[in-house]
Write a protein that binds this ligand. Structure first.
Ligand code: UD1
Ligand code: MG
Length: 469
């Protein structure tokens, strides 16, 4: 393929509210696989090497700006009233001064377009010396879409809005995607001459096609063979369809890179997730945010993982919830483990069922296997924590630390009343409430002594029987 000669500028239309979403949130901020919809056309523009991106904002303009990172290549044009796509581009024209390359128009609510398709539009535009090149597609049910009207010889004559179309025009199945490439000089002058004499009293960007024809300038079209790639999102059901398409793409990518997905239709992997080869993901898992998973790791079913770093050869046995945690190599986790922000699990450690770990370090090979809460704790290596152990880290006002040295053995049902520190190789008897520091190699016990009353149970039973009579 020939390389493009000039650097394009992109204008992305995103001022509309998106009424059919029935939402308090502006349409382009609705998330798709965890990222706001608007970031898709922005990243698309960047991927084809645009020099500058002008975002036309209107509804919730501040919220849109806030949600996007400040960037030198991103400029905003405010469209206070939404008087149509042509009017939207009029607001962006000021920002186009000084750019001589072609102007690419993208829609904020069309998230699935691929770079290769847009590159083809740009290339075609340059090769043919057009003033406008449209990306079109064919759909089985074109009702509601703008139709492409061509001459018998196939030249594009105009674009008609559904509401303005004649019965014959409504039969046309080729529709406008809302993605175009314009010669910047032509766009600047032509967009200024638009009128709003039409069924919706809007300034239609699509009228630029007829203007170009009248000026005997070249109008070209590129057909996108896959209508899904250019689908606009107007409603929640279309949002779900687009999310499914994206998910499929992402899952396919991971499978091609050597990851086994037991059921790709029931696996939800975010766009920024990395997974090493020979890892296996069971169904109904949600891998989100900046999550990284090493090689040969198994993620059991029904697990949600957010912004978490997981090493290689880790086994996560399902039904786990992990947020902002770090898990080293060879760890075994779950089923039903909960790692909260700041949980750092050392290599070969075991975290078992109904164990919650927050802001704590668990040393190499340590085991917290059953029904425990470990918070604000520094735990050394080779520690064994008995079932039902709790670090009492909160006194109602402040959080305190528990420090547990290497090779400490903690009996079941122990409470550590933080702040408290346990030396290496200490032994804590089951059922203890530990309120003071324990030196290394010591045994700490805090239990009331056991009493055994001979025949006591029998006597009580007899007494109760008498009362009943
Ligand atoms: C428009 C096109 C139609 C195309 C469709 C693709 C016109 C006249 N019609 O239709 O040919 O098939 O997009 O999605 O151009 N927007 C603004 N300001 C406005 C109006 C719209 O920024 O005043 C933005 C919207 O936020 C949206 C995009 O432009 O991101 C498309 O607008 P929308 O109203 O959804 O499209 P249609 O009018 O249906
Ligand atoms: Mg509209």
């Amino acid at each position: 393929m020939n390389a493009q000669k000039t650097t394009p500028t992109a204008v992305i239309l995103a001022a509309g509210l998106g009424t059919r979403m029935k939402s308090d949130r502006v349409k382009v901020l609705h998330p798709l696989l965890g990222r706001p919809m608007i970031t898709f056309p922005i990243e698309l523009a960047r991927s084809i090497g645009t020099e500058k991106i002008v975002l036309v904002v209107g509804h919730q303009a501040d919220a849109v700006r806030k949600r996007l990172a400040e960037s030198d290549d991103l400029a905003y044009a405010l469209q206070k009233e939404q008087l149509g796509t042509g009017h939207a581009v009029q607001q962006a024209v000021l920002h186009l001064e000084g750019s001589s390359g072609p102007v690419l128009i993208l829609c904020g609510d069309v998230p699935l377009s691929k770079g290769e398709t847009i590159r083809e539009v740009l290339l075609h535009h340059e090769e043919r010396g057009a003033v406008v090149t449209l990306l079109t597609t064919c759909v089985d049910a074109p009702a509601g879409y703008c139709r492409i009207v061509r001459s018998p010889s196939g030249n594009i004559l105009k674009i008609v809005e559904d509401k303005d179309a004649t019965d014959a025009e409504r039969e046309i199945t080729e529709i406008n995607t809302g993605i175009y490439c314009f010669d910047s000089e032509f766009l600047r002058t032509a967009v200024a001459s638009l009128s709003n004499r039409n069924a919706q009293k809007e300034y239609y960007l699509t009228d630029l096609v007829e203007i170009a024809r009248m000026e005997q300038k070249r109008v070209e079209g590129v057909l996108c063979p896959d209508p899904q790639e250019v689908m606009g999102i107007n409603s929640r059901d279309q949002l779900a369809v687009a999310a499914a398409v994206l998910r499929k793409r992402v899952n396919l990518h991971h499978m091609r890179e050597g990851v086994t997905l037991i059921d790709p239709d029931r696996t939800y992997i975010g766009l920024d997730v990395e997974i090493g080869r020979d890892s296996v993901i069971y169904p109904d898992c949600y891998l989100e945010g900046k999550t990284t998973i090493g090689e040969q790791t198994l993620i059991g079913p029904n697990t949600r993982i957010i912004d978490t770093l997981i090493g290689r050869n880790v086994e996560i046995r399902g039904f786990c919830h992990l947020v902002e945690a770090k898990i080293a190599d060879h760890v075994i986790l779950g089923p039903f483990s909960h790692l909260r922000p700041g949980a750092k699990i050392g290599s070969s450690a075991h975290i078992g069922n109904f164990v919650e770990v927050k802001n704590s370090t668990i040393g190499e090979g340590s085991k917290v296997n059953h029904l425990s809460y470990i918070g604000d704790t520094e735990m050394g290596a080779g520690v064994n924590i008995g079932a039902g152990t709790i670090t009492c880290n909160y006194d109602g006002a402040f959080k305190h630390k528990t420090i547990i040295g290497d090779r400490v053995f903690v009996g079941s049902d122990t409470q550590f009343i933080a702040p408290v520190s346990i030396g290496d190789r200490a032994l804590i008897g089951a059922g203890s409430t530990i309120t003071r520091d324990v030196p290394e190699n010591s045994l700490a016990l805090s239990r009331t002594e056991q009493k055994v009353i001979n025949e006591g149970a029998k006597k009580i039973r007899e007494r109760l029987q008498k009362k009943k009579k």
